[in-house]
Design a protein around this ligand. Structure first.
Ligand code: HEC
Length: 120
């Protein structure tokens, strides 16, 4: 095999390697976003307990049918956010959304996050 063909092949292989590296990077970041390091424990949807929390703490901003008011509608939030994202948003708040860390226990946070995740 000629020297030129050989070095051409090696150069092409290197370029391909760099391409793979670059192409794979954003995918890795996305995967990290979708699987945060904490997981809300699996549990059954408890609509009664969730409605109680919702009615006392959330209804004023998100409406009596999750239709939204000051806050955005939540009727389909389960198709846009994961249970973990819901948990985190409710716990820590976000801009106009208050944090409920001090008003809800971890158990209550998991209950309402599971219920909202089921609102597709
Ligand atoms: C004082 C008004 C207010 C109260 C009370 C409130 N929220 Fe919110 N909520 C907001 C606002 C405003 C946003 C939008 C925040 C933003 O723009 O980032 C929001 C956003 C959210 C989101 C993200 C929705 C999305 O589509 O991004 C969820 C989930 C949520 N609230 C759940 C709740 C739950 C559950 C409660 C009760 C425990 C609650 N909120 C109580 C005002 C409120």
């Amino acid at each position: 095999m000629s020297k030129w063909l050989m070095s051409g092949l090696i150069a092409a292989a290197c370029l391909f390697g760099v391409y793979l590296l670059v192409a794979a990077l954003p995918e890795k970041e996305e995967a990290a976003d979708r699987s945060p390091d904490f997981v809300v424990p699996e549990r059954a949807v408890d609509a009664d307990a969730s409605m109680q929390i919702y009615q006392s703490l959330c209804i004023s901003c998100h409406g009596d049918r999750l239709q939204g008011a000051v806050g955005p509608e939540l009727a389909h939030v389960g198709s846009a956010m994961t249970k973990e994202q819901l948990y985190k948003t409710i716990k820590e708040g976000r801009r106009g959304m208050p944090a409920f860390e001090k008003r809800l226990t971890e158990d209550e946070l998991a209950t309402i996050a599971t219920w909202l995740a089921a609102q597709q």
